[in-house]
Design a protein around this ligand. Structure first.
Ligand SMILES: [Zn+2]
Length: 112
């Protein structure tokens, strides 16, 4: 079953953060970490399946936040803890849509 754009973006962010951490360790400890090439490869593979406009939004948000995609719980954005409007209710969702927080602009995924 193909994954939704949102699922792919969450995976993309996960790999991106792992790469960031590996880079930071390299700077901090002066040695490189195994698996960076594999991570980069996985990131590229994922990017091929993500819509360009979502990737652009993601990259733009990454310049402001460590995590460009934030989870939502009880209708609260866990990126900035703002309450989301009721129009963001999961019943309005579909596979190809991505919601962003009105307050912090992060892309949102629902964990409930
Ligand atoms: Zn927010």
């Amino acid at each position: 079953m193909p994954r939704s754009q949102l699922e792919l973006l969450v995976l993309y962010q996960d790999i991106h953060l792992m790469l960031q951490e590996a880079e930071e360790e390299k700077i901090q400890f002066g040695f490189s970490v195994d698996g960076i090439d594999e991570l980069k490869q996985a990131q590229e593979e994922l990017a091929k399946n993500i819509d360009d406009r979502f990737l652009r939004t993601y990259e733009r948000l990454k310049t402001r936040y460590r995590r460009a995609i934030a989870p939502v719980k009880n209708n609260i954005c866990l990126g900035c803890f703002a309450k989301l409007p009721t129009s963001y209710s999961t019943k309005h969702h579909n596979e190809q849509m991505i919601f962003t927080c009105e307050h912090c602009g992060r892309m949102l995924y629902w964990i409930e």
